[in-house]
Design a protein around this ligand. Structure first.
Ligand code: G3P
Ligand code: MG
Length: 251
C-alpha cells in the first residue's frame, strides 16, 4: 500500500486534479484515468459545502468547471450534485458530478496515494471544521497512510497537526513566506514532511536546503519533458502533472 511516509527511491508521479489533461479536473473520471496511467498518487482540492459536507472542487465558484453558477459554500451537497462537472470539458463527460470526499476515498480504496489540498478562505472556525471533517473521513476509510494533507493556508495544516499528527502534511510554498523568520515559524507550527513549489518559484538551492533538512519536495505543474528534466535536476521528489501518462513514459 502506498505510504507518504515511505517514498520509493525515485520521484513519484502525482496526477494533478486527476489526469486533468484528458478528463475534467477533480472528477471520478479524471481519478480513474490517473489510476490507469499508473500514477503513484492523485492530487485533488477540497472545500466545504453549505451543509459542511467536504466536496472536491478547485474553485470557490461553480462557473469554470460546472454548468452551475454562484459559490460552492452557498450550496448543499445535494444541490451541488445537480450540476454537471464534466460537460464543460467534453460532452462525453456530461454525467460527471462534483464528488464528495467520501466517494473519492471509496473509489480509490487505498490503491494510490492521495494528496488532499485543503482550500478555505472563510472563517477560522469553518476552516477547522473542514480539517476535522476531512481527517474524520480519512480515518473512517482506513486511508491515513495513503493520504497527505496540504494547503496554501498554513493555519489549516497547523490545525491538522494538532488534530491528528499521524496524517502526513505538506506546505505549499508562497512568495510572502520567503523571509526566513516567517517561514521558519510555519515549519515549526505545522511540522510538515513535504513542501511543494510552483514551478516558477522552484529553485535548486532552496530545494536542496529543504531536502537537507529532511523535507521531501515537489514541483507543480510539470507537463513537458523539458520541465521534467528541470524538476529532476532540482532534485524534486514529487512531480505534479496533468499528464501522468506522458511523464511516466519519460521517467
Ligand atoms: O498542490 C499543488 C497545486 O494543486 C496547487 O495549486 O491551484 O492547482 O490547487 P492549485
Ligand atoms: Mg490543488
Amino acid at each position: 500500500m502506498f505510504s507518504w511516509f515511505k517514498l520509493q527511491n525515485r520521484p513519484i508521479v502525482i496526477a494533478h486534479r486527476g489526469a486533468s489533461a484528458i478528463a475534467p479536473e477533480n472528477t471520478l473520471a479524471a481519478f480513474s484515468l490517473a489510476l490507469e496511467c499508473n500514477s503513484d498518487a492523485i492530487e485533488f482540492d477540497v472545500r466545504l459545502a453549505k451543509d459542511y459536507q467536504v466536496v472536491v472542487i478547485h474553485d470557490a465558484t461553480l462557473q469554470r468547471t460546472t454548468n452551475g453558477r454562484g459559490k460552492v459554500h452557498q450550496r448543499t451537497l445535494a444541490e451541488l450534485k445537480q450540476f454537471s462537472a464534466g460537460k464543460w470539458f467534453d460532452k462525453k463527460f456530461e454525467t460527471e458530478k462534483i464528488p464528495a470526499l467520501q466517494e473519492v476515498l471509496q473509489f480509490v480504496r487505498r490503491r494510490v496515494g492521495m494528496n488532499i489540498e485543503l482550500k478555505h478562505y472563510g472563517t477560522k472556525k469553518e476552516g477547522e471544521i473542514l480539517v476535522e471533517k476531512t481527517i474524520q473521513l480519512i480515518t473512517e476509510s482506513g486511508a491515513e497512510k495513503c493520504c497527505l494533507l496540504s494547503s496554501f493556508q498554513h493555519q489549516l495544516i497547523q490545525h491538522a497537526f494538532k488534530f491528528n499528527a499521524k496524517i502526513a502534511r505538506g506546505i505549499i510554498f508562497h512568495t510572502f513566506l520567503i523571509t526566513k523568520n516567517s517561514f521558519g515559524r510555519v515549519l515549526n507550527t505545522t511540522s510538515p514532511q513535504f513542501i511543494f513549489f510552483n514551478k516558477v518559484l522552484a529553485m535548486k538551492k532552496r530545494i536542496t536546503q529543504f531536502r537537507q533538512q529532511g523535507l521531501a519536495c515537489g514541483i507543480y505543474t510539470i507537463n513537458t519533458e523539458q520541465e521534467l528534466h528541470k524538476a529532476l535536476r532540482y532534485g524534486s521528489d514529487c512531480i505534479f502533472t496533468n499528464t501522468p501518462e506522458t511523464i511516466r513514459s519519460f521517467l
